[in-house]
Write a new protein. Sequence first.
Length: 188
Amino acid sequence: MPESLYFLAVLPPPSTAEEITAFKHVIADRYGSIHALKSPPHITLIPPFWKHDADMHHLVNDLIVWSLTKRCFDLELLNFDCFKPRVIYVDIVKNRDLESLQKALSEHLKEKWEINSKVRNAFHPHMTIAFRDLEPKAFYQAWDYFKHRSYQARFHCNALYLLKHFRGKWVVQHKFMLLGHKQIIEPS
């Protein structure tokens, strides 16, 4: 039975995602780091885990119900920060609702699905724009470029997303709506 790699995240709305992706392109074009372009802009809630593909519909159905017990909330992105010497990211303003959601999700997945989130340190929400393939010398050049730049965005978090690693990229597999979401009907 084949297994695939999955993770759970919060994704920003398209307008904010475009802005974050533009930062990723600056990193790729100026500093040669393209790895962050392999996933949409996101805040990781549960880092990558292996799961049998045939079992995923059970997990998805469970998370559809579970997510509707968690309320929507607002998030604020503010400026840039880093984990030296390889990661540059857009920082997230401390948010108790996000922290509570991540903790509850981690506990639920561990208890019900035996998925350990393997969070090495305390939850540190952020949106990565460069990592892994950013060489240390390029990191310091890129960090000099971003560290004094300002950036701010706000968005309403009304869903969680399941992403799957497929052909070298992360693709959205499912969207789980949170309690209190408002259905937005796009004009045709």
